[in-house]
Design a protein around this ligand. Structure first.
Ligand SMILES: Cc1ncc(COP(=O)(O)O)c(C=O)c1O
Length: 353
């Protein structure tokens, strides 16, 4: 049940929206006029406010900076042709956020702050939602520890915030991906399924090395053999093999992507067979050599559907022609139509602001 929450609102004197150039929107660079802030102390959430977007003050001994209790989510909101704002599947992110919180020994954030706070914030900054194809309002809820004390232990105090940024297409161009053979993002029993900041910090070095060799991202593999496929940077991965959609099954080493789940649902609606299972890179190479891999694409909130034009494993370079990816294109279009209200929202994915 959602309680009515008393959120204090302090609005900005004059909006910065007129300074925004919608044709120049690098991902995650421009933020809307307001943000939501809530504090956790004495065992409860308090002081929930929407205030002008502004810097935060923290202690140099802030425990999140030293010991990494920091989690986040990524969600998108859209405006339909009537100008009404909708958020795409925020309850899935809400559940995943609290799973991350549990794993990182952080307090759960109640629905009335996460969902209702988000709705209220977006309502206030609604005009910032770009109404342009492949554009959206990116929503970034996050929480971090705020105790000012050294020592490895869960903090007693936390801050939860939601910030918003208008965004254009993320990975507009088809991607070149290198299968990771040395470094590890997540191992069984670890924190791979959670969206904690450290997962991303640890992934930068291998990604940077791949980028130096001309690749956009790495495809993570298991920690033991570096053979079993996991996911890519900020995306889950899927293949169309002989007409069937195949994606790695969810394990504690993989983030449970909302886009992945939406793609599986749309494909089932389209009558396409789907498999969630373990995928070995040797199988992919063999299928590639037999000409059985029809499409490869990443799935994630930021990029939505990102076609892969090259996948490298050891000295095998597998090349694909994204212009022939009819299934990926259809799924992307279907998602776009649901999100912008062109098609019926038959799965109840869109939450009206
Ligand atoms: C590591 C990782 N995997 C997968 C995804 C895709 O998840 P979603 O579709 O919920 O954005 C993301 C992005 O959130 C991610 O950071």
């Amino acid at each position: 049940m959602t309680e009515v929450l008393d959120i204090n609102v302090r609005k900005i004197k004059s909006s910065r929206l007129q300074d925004l150039n919608i044709d120049e929107l690098p991902f995650g660079k421009y933020f809307t006029d307001h943000m939501l802030v809530a504090d956790y102390a004495d065992g409860e959430w308090q002081h929930v406010e929407i205030i002008p977007y502004q810097p935060l003050t923290i202690e140099p001994s802030n425990s999140a900076l030293h010991y990494g209790q920091s989690i986040f989510e990524g969600i998108k909101a859209y405006r339909d042709h009537h100008g009404d704002a909708y958020i795409f599947r925020p309850y899935e992110n809400f559940k995943r956020f609290n799973l991350s919180a549990q794993r990182m020994c952080m307090p759960e954030v109640p629905e009335e702050i996460f969902i209702e706070g988000m709705r209220k914030l977006i309502e206030i900054d609604k005009e910032w939602i770009p109404q342009k194809k492949d554009h959206a309002l990116y929503i970034r809820p996050f929480m971090f520890a705020t105790d000012g004390a050294l020592g490895v232990k869960p903090s007693d105090t936390y801050k939860f915030l939601i910030i918003l940024c208008p965004v254009g297409p993320f990975h507009a161009a088809p991607m070149k991906i290198a299968v990771e053979e040395k470094y590890t993002r997540a191992a069984p029993g670890g924190v791979g399924f959670s969206k904690n900041a450290g997962n991303y910090g640890g992934s930068m070095y291998p990604a940077m090395k791949a980028q130096k060799e001309g690749y956009d991202q790495v495809l993570w593999t298991d920690a033991f053999e570096h053979k079993w496929l996991q996911e890519v940077g900020m995306m889950n991965i899927g293949f169309i093999i002989n007409g069937t959609f195949v994606t790695p099954m969810l394990e504690d080493t993989i983030l449970k992507g909302v886009t992945r789940d939406s793609v599986l649902t749309i494909l089932k609606d389209m009558g396409i067979s789907t498999e969630e299972r373990k995928i070995n890179i040797d199988e992919i190479v063999e299928d590639y050599k037999k000409g059985q891999i029809n499409e490869v694409f990443g799935m994630g909130t930021a990029a939505v559907i990102s076609p892969v034009k090259e996948l490298k494993y050891k000295d095998v370079v597998m090349k694909f022609d994204p212009s022939t990816f009819t299934i990926a294109a259809k799924v992307k279009q279907t998602l776009y139509e649901i999100r912008t209200g062109i098609s019926a929202d038959t799965h109840d994915w869109m939450l009206k602001v």
